[in-house]
Design a binder for this molecule. Structure first.
Ligand code: CNA
Length: 302
């Protein structure tokens, strides 16, 4: 054991993580995750420089790049939002090894909850049951008309989004021609009540907190890392260090959240999350189970 990618600033080590999982020490695992777990599925994250998101946004003449994901700006001009979605989302979407690992923890009976910032619904496609997933920023599964509230499913939204010649680039309600939007939380909008209502019971029971693929700059989501009890191991699996961001907005959003992972019981595993997960599974003899997890592709569901 003991990869050079793994670092424990204090006490908790990757070997302890593996042993704890193998010996059934953890019974209520809580997961927090973000865009980094879906980059290997072909969806770029927001803040990795290679994603080139800001470059892609230049053609939309936005007042500032973040406006594309602001609720207030969407109301004025939804075109950049849909333009960007068309560029970002691959036509076929399949869960990654990390999503499969979530499903495996559920099969092992130790997954308490997944708090995800992702809107791609890949946790469902990996077979995790709905009640175990809290989509803190909503998802594309459902959408609704901003004028008459008529609801639409993912199949309809996908077809309308990817055939912009039908609707001048913005999906419109078949009843009233109002703008249809996915049920996602844009900047400046409140998080779903289900996010708030489960936090205290989940973190009261949580005996292992796994944090995957998130820069932890978006609040209030990032405040969850401080909710686990002080002696509960927290493991951060990410390409870059927690809270690392080049943008001023990221810095401002992070203010007030302690995301430095310097507790005695913290472990930081820097590197690709799929590789880290595979290594841990290899180490504890779960690789076969991991590979056996059945997933669905988005194409299959439409
Ligand atoms: P972010 O700020 O872009 O951070 C992603 C983090 O993941 C970065 O720290 C990367 O270093 C890291 N990362 C990238 N690839 C990997 C990998 N293969 N293995 C390990 N780590 C990796 O994104 P956050 O999720 O922190 O920010 C929250 C925003 C992004 C939420 O509002 C999301 O809705 C939004 N978002 C979601 C998606 C999606 O649904 N897939 C995609 C892009 C953005």
């Amino acid at each position: 054991m003991g990869s050079s990618l793994s670092r424990s600033s204090q006490g908790f080590t990757e070997a302890e993580l593996s042993n704890g999982l193998k010996e059934g020490k953890f019974k209520n695992v809580v997961i927090m995750c973000g865009a980094g777990i879906s980059t290997n599925a072909g969806i770029p994250d927001f803040r990795s420089p290679s994603a080139g998101l800001y470059f892609k946004l230049r053609k939309y003449n936005l007042p500032y790049p973040e406006a594309v994901f602001e609720g207030r700006y969407f109301k004025q001009n939804p075109l950049p939002f849909y333009g960007l979605i068309r560029e970002l989302f691959p036509s076929t979407l399949t869960p990654t090894t990390t999503h499969k690992f979530f499903s495996l923890l559920n099969q092992k009976g130790i997954l308490r909850r997944i708090y995800t910032q992702n809107i791609d619904a890949l946790e469902y496609l990996a077979g995790v049951p709905e009640d175990k997933i809290i989509e803190a920023h909503g998802s594309f599964q459902n959408s609704y008309c901003t004028k008459c509230s008529k609801t639409y499913d993912l199949k309809w939204l996908k077809s309308e989004t990817f055939n912009p010649e039908r609707n001048e680039g913005v999906p419109k309600c078949t009843d009233c021609q109002g703008v249809v939007r996915p049920d996602v939380v844009l900047f400046g909008e409140p998080l779903p009540s289900r996010f708030w209502s489960n936090i205290s019971s989940d973190f009261e029971l949580c005996d292992l907190l796994l944090v995957f693929g998130t820069s932890l700059v978006v609040s209030p989501f990032n405040t969850l890392v401080a909710k686990s009890k002080k002696n509960v191991p927290r493991v951060y699996v990410n390409l870059t260090k927690p809270g690392e961001t080049g943008s001023l907005l990221g810095w401002l959003l992070r203010m007030g959240a302690n995301v430095d992972f310097s507790r005695e019981s913290d472990l930081v595993m820097l590197g690709d999350c799929d590789k880290s997960v595979s290594r841990v599974c290899d180490d504890i003899g779960w690789s076969e189970d991991l590979n056996a997890i059945q997933v669905t592709s988005l194409e299959d569901t439409l």
